[in-house]
Design a protein around this ligand. Structure first.
Ligand code: DGY
Length: 319
């Protein structure tokens, strides 16, 4: 029997699955596990099932010690894990691709609708008890039909967002490291372009690329200035892909029309300048937050950990 440390609360089904075969030490506190407590608990673990709020770095891997075989992240993004440090120590790192694709695309499209149709502004106005009545020019937004969506990072979530956009009558352009399946590109009518062209032609830019050194502040003042002044920017990927201070300035100066953000540069903090702006929708990292999706993510992470502990290939290895 191996020892599995789970760094935060996950659906019971995943804990039961792990417990059927191994000893499980799961953090169940309502607050995130503190760093010291985490370093103490991982000592001697064979597997760590981690949440994206926990930094899995060399210090933690060393605190775990030589028994550690697998770090199973309950997220598709894995910028919280030092993957090279895992590889050096022959530790398998895994993630949860696929199972959160549709839920995250739903939130991306929700943000697109909220930003372009000013739903957050309308809601805030009513809740603030402000007087209002129907008016020809009251809270006018921008239609999506025949507009262009620019998808940055055309993996599963980017493609799922593009499918929703197509159903709303939008044209699709995308920027990606590689060409997507030609049959999918044809079905979506999606054209691959470089980032400069995407920023210049898109009415809505939606970010779906992974975060890492290559995408840190991919969207800064220069890129925002290259967008149409009528365009919107949506981020459901990772906060630091956008230079948040530059975005706040661009939104305030009318460089772009609006934005919708599910992720932030220094979560859970939000740049204070964004909080004062009406033309940005702010939601607290809800991309995968459905009961079904979180259960599927936790089950896949458990499957990943169990596979490695039994000496098998995990369903979703990173390294
Ligand atoms: C992920 O899986 O990377 C998401 O951000 C979780 O919501």
């Amino acid at each position: 029997m191996s020892r599995v440390v789970v760094t935060g609360r996950v659906p019971d089904a995943a804990i039961e699955k792990l417990r059927a075969e191994h000893e499980v030490d799961a953090w169940t506190g309502s607050e995130s596990i503190g760093r010291e407590e985490l370093l103490r608990r991982v000592a001697g673990a064979d597997a760590v099932v981690s949440l994206l709020t926990e930094r899995i770095d060399a210090e933690l891997l060393d605190a775990a010690g030589p028994r550690l075989k697998v770090v199973a992240n309950v997220a598709v993004g894995y910028d919280n894990i030092d993957v090279p440090a895992c590889t050096e120590r022959r530790i398998v790192a895994t993630n949860t691709p696929g199972v959160l694709t549709e839920a995250t695309a739903d939130i991306a499209f929700g943000l697109i609708l909220m930003a372009t149709r000013r739903l957050g502004e309308g809601e805030r106005l009513i809740r603030a008890g402000q007087p209002w009545k129907w008016g020809m020019f009251f809270l006018l937004g921008s239609s999506l039909q025949s507009k262009t969506l620019g998808v940055v990072g055309m993996g599963g979530i980017g493609q799922a967002t593009a499918r929703r956009a197509k159903a709303f009558g939008m044209e699709i352009v995308y920027q990606s490291r590689s060409e997507i399946d030609p049959a999918i590109a044809a079905e979506l009518g999606a054209r691959r372009v470089d980032l400069d062209e995407l920023l210049a032609v898109s009415d809505v830019v939606s970010l779906h690329c992974p975060y890492g050194p290559a995408t840190h502040h991919l969207i800064g003042a220069e890129q925002l200035a290259a967008m149409k002044s009528s365009a919107y920017l949506v981020n459901t990927a990772r906060g630091p892909i956008i230079d948040e201070a530059a975005l706040a300035a661009a939104l305030s100066d009318g460089v772009i029309a609006g934005a919708g953000l599910d992720v932030f540069e220094r979560e859970p903090q939000v740049h204070p300048a964004l909080l004062d702006l009406e033309n940005v929708v702010l939601v607290p990292h809800l991309g995968s937050a459905t009961v079904e999706t979180r259960t599927a993510m936790a089950m896949l992470a458990a499957d990943n950990a169990l596979a490695v502990l039994s000496g098998e290939q995990p369903p979703a290895p990173i390294n």
